[in-house]
Ligand binder design. Structure first.
Ligand code: NCD
Ligand code: ZN
Length: 347
């Protein structure tokens, strides 16, 4: 039988949570085996708020990457009051720190050090704009008066538009966009790009809530409607350079997901690329997968394109796939809404 395969420029993950300690050791292989590089989020229990902490975290990660793995970790700093203008200027020429991440206070896992009043950071945005440092944003307001499903759109309207108006040349990545409105907004901007996760491309809030609750699909920002999901798919398969993959793979052990107050976060690194291939295939858009997973992110971050391609092969029957990984604190479920997976990396 004829072999069906797909060669794609090595993909990158522009938003991932690798954690630390044992959890880092358990999840990291799925990132370095499947991606050429990843932008690693700074929301550890002690957030990565300065260059020295980022260097230590980078070294902890690098120690665990086998020689010969074609993988580059890129780091982020967590934006707080402690970040100085001088430190931002250093980031602008730093070898592997590629963005400063802004979390609204209380928006998500380990965001207690996040920001309450955005205006207090305008002096830092000014330096970022001048020195070309990218601002990566978790775009949700956290005001309890705002409905959880509206938090992204209110953020865009009330906060992001103001930042853009004040700093028109600041390069911004609006992370993990979730809605048709966000897609439209990004299309209208010149200096703003967006990451899209696999889960926001594949599941919606009905799937999460209408036939029993699915804690494994609970994430921040929360899943939106089927209409929104379709708009995200159109953005991803369009090839438009403003949209690229950020899995937002965010592992939590089962005991923390299935609890009276469960954590937000979906662990998607292991099957990320096979799932995406199946999605693009379903939409007859396999030719557009390279811009989304390999090219657009690198272009926005100003990095040289990868040269080598990796080969994915389509098997005639669904392959046996990983369902979860074990840690001493319990297992972590692997995101797989399709169940049947036909594509796998050829080694
Ligand atoms: C992330 C986590 O657990 O660190 N959770 C999530 O649901 N996405 C944090 C984040 O990116 O919001
Ligand atoms: Zn995240």
């Amino acid at each position: 039988m004829e072999k069906i395969f797909l060669d794609i420029l090595r993909p990158d993950d522009w938003h991932v949570h690798l954690r630390e300690g044992e959890m880092l050791s358990s999840v990291l292989p799925f990132t370095y085996e499947n991606f050429g590089s990843a932008l690693i989020m700074p929301n550890l229990d002690t957030p990565i708020t300065n260059i020295s902490l980022a260097d230590n975290y980078y070294n902890e990660i690098c120690k665990q990457i086998p020689k010969g793995a074609e993988f580059t970790p890129n780091m982020t700093l967590y934006l707080t009051n402690y970040l100085s203008k001088d430190e931002i200027r250093k980031v602008s020429t730093h070898k592997y720190i590629k963005a400063i991440k802004m979390y609204p206070k209380g928006a998500t896992t380990n965001s207690d050090s996040g920001i309450s009043d955005f205006k207090n950071f305008y002096h830092l945005f000014e330096v970022m704009e001048e020195s070309g440092v990218i601002l990566s944003i978790h775009g949700e307001v956290t005001d309890e008066k705002v409905d959880v499903f509206e938090r992204e759109s209110v953020f865009i309207e009330k906060v992001l538009t103001k930042i853009i108006k004040q700093f028109p040349n600041l390069k911004i990545v609006l992370e993990h966009i979730t809605s048709a409105d966000a897609v439209k907004f990004i299309n209208e901007q010149s200096m703003v790009a967006a990451t899209i996760t696999i889960h926001h491309l594949m599941v919606n809030r009905n799937i999460m809530l209408s036939k029993g609750i699915r804690p494994d699909f609970y994430c921040a920002p929360i899943l939106k409607t089927e209409y929104d999901r379709r708009a995200l798919v159109q953005a991803a398969i369009s090839g438009n350079r403003k949209f690229f993959l950020g899995t937002d793979s965010a592992p939590h052990v089962e005991g923390k997901k299935i609890a009276s107050c469960g954590c937000a976060g979906i662990f998607s690194s292991p099957l990320a690329i096979p799932l995406l291939i199946q999605l693009f295939e379903k939409h007859s858009s396999l030719k557009k997968i390279e811009p989304f997973v390999s090219k657009n992110g690198r272009a926005f971050y100003g990095l040289r394109q990868h040269k080598d391609r990796v080969r994915y092969v389509k098997r005639p029957k669904s392959i046996k796939v990983i369902k979860d990984i074990k840690t001493s604190d319990g297992k972590i479920t692997v995101f797989n809404p399709y169940g049947e997976i036909y594509w796998e990396k050829e080694n």
